[in-house]
Design a protein around this ligand. Structure first.
Ligand SMILES: [Zn+2]
Length: 333
């Protein structure tokens, strides 16, 4: 048993309370390699933004859980080295799908876990979430749950259709499960293809797809039922067209990739939405930078020469999200 407190990490409780009061959201960035982690920590340290490092089940399998834990511990020390005196860094399991996985993360130094039982029937979702909450709270680890179903594909999580969260269920769910935060479905979606061309309209000037707006009426209804309760948005990458264009220009093939417009996320961040998950945008930045080097310098074979530029582009992306979309800069001095 390793306590996250020994690793210098924090849970989400205070982060979320401050974010709701202050009208901003905490960035939750997924990572599974060193360059991504370096970029996240550098961007957070330079902007003094609290940050959630997310590890999915797939990332855990890819990078090894022991190594990931020491990377998170190293991230705290690295942040201090960068001049961030009191780093507020949370290590969070993204989309835990069983009690055993969540327990193993709690025992292994995570400060927050998500139990995603949203594909189960309502009562079973409550029962499994409560089981995780009862265990995690003994160690002051916070728990995110999910109600409603998001469309899209993310690692091992996938669904063809989305079901909006039913506002009439949220009070009963939050009370009986005891969860600390709730991921809801209001039209965001996992992956770089959040909407089919049929769901979108096309901008006549640029020819680009314009996605349907998020269901803010559902969000408003949830907030009315659960005033001040931390709400989480998954699948909230914006799929920046500059990266998609770079990828396509340098030999990639991502036709009609489309995400959530940043002005909608800005609006959400000002509400009780206090955690916004961003993964695909960082994958796109990484790939765009690597493809550019490969295309322009085909003789290059030193990984530092293409992972370095990828890291720089991701750092720029994370800082942009923190400052211009979430508004979390300067909130963890
Ligand atoms: Zn997700």
């Amino acid at each position: 048993m390793v306590s996250y407190k020994e690793l210098g990490l924090v849970n989400t409780r205070e982060m979320f309370a401050k974010a709701i009061k202050g009208g901003y959201a905490i960035p939750a960035f997924n990572f599974n390699n060193m360059e991504q982690l370096q970029a996240i920590i550098k961007a957070s340290a330079e902007t003094k933004s609290p940050v959630i490092l997310q590890v999915s089940k797939g990332a855990r399998n890819y990078a090894n859980q022991t190594l990931l834990r020491y990377m998170a511990q190293g991230a705290v020390e690295y942040a201090k080295e960068l001049g961030w005196e009191h780093p507020q860094i949370c290590l969070h399991l993204d989309h835990g799908d069983s009690f055993e996985l969540c327990k193993s993360c709690v025992d292994f130094g995570f400060s927050s876990v998500m139990i995603d039982a949203s594909s189960l029937p309502y009562e079973e979702n409550i029962a499994l979430t409560k089981k995780v909450v009862d265990y995690a709270h003994q160690y002051d680890v916070t728990v995110e749950a999910e109600l409603g179903v998001l469309a899209g594909v993310e690692d091992e999580v996938s669904s063809a259709v989305s079901h909006y969260t039913k506002p009439e269920e949220v009070v009963d769910f939050a009370t009986r499960s005891g969860c600390d935060s709730l991921a809801i479905s209001i039209g965001t979606s996992h992956g770089a293809y959040k909407f089919t061309p049929e769901q979108c309209t096309r901008d006549p000037k640029t020819g680009r797809l314009v996605p349907p707006p998020l269901a803010f009426d559902v969000l408003d209804a949830v907030m009315e039922k659960l005033p001040g309760f931390p709400i989480v948005l998954h699948g909230s990458s914006s799929v920046p067209q500059e990266y998609v264009d770079m990828i396509n220009k340098y030999g990639g093939k991502l036709p009609d990739a489309v995400g959530i417009p940043e002005e909608q996320l800005r609006k959400a961040a000002k509400s009780a939405v206090c955690k916004i998950n961003i993964d695909s945008d960082s994958r796109l930045a990484f790939t765009a930078a690597v493809r550019k080097v490969f295309a322009e310098k085909p003789a290059e074979f030193d990984p530092r020469k293409y992972c370095g530029p990828a890291r720089d582009l991701m750092t720029e992306l994370y800082k942009h999200k923190i400052i211009n979309v979430l508004g979390s800069d300067g909130k963890a001095e």
